[in-house]
Every structure is written in C-alpha cells, then in structure tokens.
Design a protein. Structure first.
Length: 227
C-alpha cells in the first residue's frame, strides 16, 4: 500500500516538474530577447524619486488625455446605441442599464474601428475629421441616453446583486483602475514608443493608414489596433 501511495505521489509530481521546467525555459527566452530592458533595472531603481512627484505640465497632459479617452469611449456608446435602435440584439431579454451600456459601447467600438480603417484607406485622416466624428459620436450618445430613459423596453433587473456578483465587479474594476493609473504615466515602454504613439501620429501626418516607411509595426492588423 505504501508503494502505491509513493507511485501516485511521484506521478502527480511529474506534471509540476514539467511545468516548472517549461516556465524556466520561457523566462530564459524572454530575458534573452529583453536583455536591453532587464539590464537597466538597476538604473530604473536608482532614478526613482530623482524628479518631482508632481508637475503642472504632466498633470495638464494627463487631464487632456483623460478627457480625450472619455470622449472616445462615450462616442463608442453613442454610435453603438444608435446602431442598436435599428438592429435589436436584446429584444425580449430583460437586462440592466449597465449591461446595455457595455453592449452599446462594444458595438460602437467595433463600428468606429472599421470606420476609421476605411477612412484611412481613403486618405481621410485629419484633425478636422477626428474632431467632427468625435463630436458626432458625443451627440449620438446624448440622444441615445435621453431616448433610452424614455423607452420602456430597457428596464433594470429587480433582483439584488449577491456578494459573489459584487466581488466579481470589484475584481474587474480594480485592474481597470490600476491600468488607468499606469496609463497616465509618461510613455516609456518600447512598444508604446514604437507604434502605440508613433504609428497613429504618422497616420495622421500622412493622412492615411498606408505603410509607414521604416516602421514594420504599421503592418500590425493593418493598423486597426491603433484606431
């Protein structure tokens, strides 16, 4: 019997050992390709606290960036809600207003991404186009919000949320808040500087989403993730 228990424990340990070995290999490959970044960790630690913790210019840029991101998100909701009035995806299914907002925002994000992709193909990238379409999205959001309040088809679910439901919401909200805090920090990540900021600026400068000479990242999903 003792021999059987020993064999079972040995067989159960093999997957763990295999997973640990695989994880070590992945870490080795990662640090091999990120040696330039990993080798400067001591410099990063040494520079912590080397500058002011608060500056007006950084605060101003963070406020403007937050307002721009909020305008984009609200325009997602506006266009998605406008589209949902013609194609009812939730007909006959009671849902909460929060779920409806999320659905409309997700639909609007998909439509806006495709719209900007087509605009880029047509060479229509410009500051005026950006501001105009964003304002149109905000106007649709105001209309959709006022119309949904008058509509009796969208009613909140009467059941109270359980402790488990609230815990799930907390688990979702906390990473979002942490991601928001990280997003207002100065852009220093390699990918951020390579294409998250550089490629959209180049798209706007050239008026289209054509290939940016010297930046292979402009091929990523035909640039749609930068929209």
């Amino acid at each position: 019997m003792a021999d059987g228990v020993a064999k079972n424990s040995d067989s159960g340990a093999l997957p763990s050992i295999g997973f640990a070995a695989f994880a070590i290999v992945l870490l080795a490959v990662f640090f091999t390709n990120r040696s330039a970044d990993a080798g400067r960790l001591s410099e990063l630690i040494g520079n912590l606290g080397g500058g002011p913790m608060f500056g007006f210019d950084g605060f101003r840029d963070s406020v403007f960036g937050t307002a721009a991101a909020a305008a984009v998100g609200i325009s997602w909701f506006g266009l998605g809600g406008f589209f949902s009035w013609f194609v009812r995806i939730d007909a006959g299914v009671p849902q909460s207003r929060l779920l409806g907002f999320v659905q409309h925002a997700a639909i609007g994000a998909a439509i806006w991404s495709l719209t900007w992709f087509l605009i880029g193909l047509a060479g229509g990238y410009s500051i005026g186009m950006t501001i105009g379409l964003t304002l149109a999205g905000l106007a649709l959001a105001i209309w959709n919000f006022s119309a949904s309040r008058k509509s009796k088809s969208e009613t909140a679910i009467g059941e109270r949320s359980s402790l488990f439901d609230k815990s799930i919401v907390v688990l979702i909200v906390v990473p979002l808040i942490l991601a928001f805090i990280a997003s207002i920090a100065p852009p220093i990540a390699k990918d951020t500087l390579l294409y998250h900021f550089a490629v959209p600026k180049a798209f706007i400068a050239q008026g289209s989403n054509a290939f940016v000479e010297g930046n292979i990242a402009s091929y990523l999903a035909l640039g749609t993730e930068m929209h």
